[in-house]
Design a protein around this ligand. Structure first.
Ligand code: GLU
Length: 393
């Protein structure tokens, strides 16, 4: 069978693949602990579920406008006002099937063949494939543990060429949990704006930042340079709504219209019921988000305390999201040679599912998601620690 050329280099999403493998091992009766996928274990807040039930009871079950119902677009715009003091009109918002879909559609709308896209590495594993599917060329700018996994304008400048069109920022970062300070972020945004680049800021984890670190958003830059900045956010991580599939993108209204035209030929509107749920989430109290944030911070601390006892692992303290990205290359040797083999070994030996760093552009590391119950995290890390010690015997 002849499949399209543009799919030849596309890899399946490893986060989702490993999650399915863990689930199927569990179905076979194996006691697998999965720290693989980044998905909050909390239930969706009750007031959000109630809004969805009401939508069903009222038979709010038809097509809606492609970019979302006006009140939800407005609520997403108001969210930026509420959290960052920047008001965004509803014409500058589109609602998509999660942040992922918004990013995918943005690339499809914005990139031309051979356009280069600067991607700080480690990166969320879907960016390069999505860029390639849109005909663009991913260009990686690597930051290791020595840079606390953060890039600087100087590092970006070295990879910038006349073909560079776009920079992707993701703070807090998946997979590293790194959070750029206001100064660090502003220096990068100023550099990119001066260079005439467009910036896509993926802020899906912005509600999950641990003090003393603070949230920084590119929405301020969008207010000043609406034709050079877009901001993506969503409800999956902040409101524990992964399955509802709701994300939103703030961008220039002309760009939003184009994305909407394209979306109209693929998914149309997102689920009408999810839109009502999202409206309740965005307009409702944020204390449920705060409760979850505090629980994640406690887990970050507990997880890090265990990892710090592993003699040969390095983990810069993450200030946000719910991942620990641990440099484990000192354990590579005769038995395992890279992060993929190490993750297979840990799944076999410790029955813990993890994602190899190679998938995120750093083969020295492996990613632990701590979006799991405290006792699961503790048991999984104890088992991994003991399996790693065996490698050194
Ligand atoms: N973004 C989450 C993760 O990295 C969910 C899965 C995915 O879409 O990649 O685990």
């Amino acid at each position: 069978m002849q499949i399209a050329d543009r799919l030849q280099t596309i890899k399946p999403s490893l986060t989702l693949t490993i999650n399915s493998q863990a689930l199927s091992l569990r179905d076979q009766g194996v006691h697998v602990l999965s720290l693989a996928v980044g998905e909050p274990d909390f239930p969706t807040p009750p007031h959000v579920c109630a809004a969805a039930k009401k939508a069903i009871d009222e038979n709010f079950c038809r097509y809606t406008a492609v970019p979302g119902i006006p009140e939800l677009r407005q609520a997403a715009g108001n969210y930026f006002e509420r959290v960052h003091g920047v008001s965004v009109p509803k014409e500058s918002i589109i609602i998509g099937q999660g942040g992922k879909h918004c990013i995918y559609n943005f690339f499809q709308t914005f990139l031309n063949p051979a356009d280069e896209v600067l991607i700080p590495a480690p990166y969320w594993l879907s960016y390069p494939d999505m860029v390639q599917l849109a005909g663009g060329v991913p260009v990686f700018v690597k930051a290791g543990t020595e840079n606390a996994f953060k890039v600087t304008p100087e590092m970006l400048e070295k990879k910038c060429t006349p073909k560079t069109k776009l920079l992707i920022m993701n703070s807090p970062s998946n997979p590293t949990g790194a959070v750029y300070s206001r100064e660090e972020m502003e220096a990068i945004l100023d550099w990119a704006l001066d260079r005439g680049l467009f910036i896509l800021s993926d802020e899906i984890y912005e509600q999950l930042v641990f003090p003393p670190a603070t949230t920084t958003s590119a929405i301020h830059a969008f207010a000043k340079h609406p034709d050079q900045v877009a901001v993506v956010n969503g409800l999956s991580k902040s409101f524990a709504m992964t399955g509802w599939r709701v994300g939103f993108l703030a961008a220039h209204s002309d760009l939003i219209k184009k994305i909407s035209s394209m979306q109209g030929h693929s998914t149309s509107n997102i689920c009408s019921i999810s839109q009502k749920a999202a409206l309740a989430a965005l307009e409702g109290p944020l204390d449920c988000v705060e409760t979850m944030r505090k629980a994640f911070q406690k887990r970050r601390d507990a997880g890090l305390a265990i990892i710090e006892t592993w003699k040969d692992a390095i983990c810069p303290k993450p200030d946000g999201a719910f991942y620990l990205f641990v440099d484990v290359h000192a354990y590579y040797g005769e038995t395992v040679h890279n992060s993929t083999e190490l993750c297979s070994y840990l799944l076999d030996k410790a029955h813990v599912a993890l994602i190899p760093g190679a998938a995120f552009g750093d083969d020295n590391c492996i990613r632990f998601s701590y979006a799991v119950a405290d006792e699961v995290l503790e048991e999984a890390l104890e088992k991994v620690g003991s399996a790693l010690r065996d490698l050194k015997r």
